[in-house]
Design a protein around this ligand. Structure first.
Ligand SMILES: Cc1cc2nc3c(=O)[nH]c(=O)nc-3n(C[C@H](O)[C@H](O)[C@H](O)COP(=O)(O)O)c2cc1C
Length: 133
């Protein structure tokens, strides 16, 4: 399996991950669950009206952390906005519960993909494994 696929699978299986952003000199963190591998890119989804979206627009550097089965994953990188309709539709198909809140043409749904990402899988029992994408 490709490294980016492993990262996507871990985040999907963890169900919830925590997304940290920066607001001026203040870290902000909140639970997220959206994740999609599309066209070789790892996407997450949010709403443009949210504070998190505004923080990413001002400073695209983020980190996410998820924990599952005694292992944790951190992905640090930059998020890039992608307004492609196809990617929004793919996200809504993967996670149909999003359709209660978003649609591809609502002007709010926002797809963001990682660039310059460093992902590290860690546990208390094994050496960390780092992958980049
Ligand atoms: C389990 C869980 C998963 C969530 N997943 C997402 C998500 O993928 N995208 C999103 O925009 N909000 C998601 N939320 C809601 C955000 O955590 C919430 O809107 C948060 O307040 C956004 O951060 P902000 O207030 O700094 O903008 C999720 C909430 C929970 C409890």
């Amino acid at each position: 399996m490709e490294s980016i696929e492993k990262v996507c699978q871990f985040l999907s299986e963890a169900g919830t991950y925590y997304l940290a952003t920066v607001e001026r000199d203040q870290p902000r963190v909140r639970p997220f669950g959206t994740v999609l591998l599309c066209g070789g890119r790892l996407y997450i989804e949010t709403g443009k009206v949210k504070a998190v979206s505004k923080q990413i627009a001002a400073n695209p550097k983020v980190e996410v952390c998820a924990f599952k089965d005694g292992k944790w994953l951190r992905v640090a990188g930059e998020l890039v906005n992608d307004d492609s309709r196809d990617v929004k539709v793919a996200m809504l198909e993967k996670m149909p519960s999003l359709k209660a809140m978003y649609s591809a043409d609502d002007g709010n749904m926002q797809m963001l993909y990682f660039k310059n990402a460093t992902a590290t899988f860690s546990s208390f029992t094994e050496a960390p494994e780092t992958v980049r994408f």
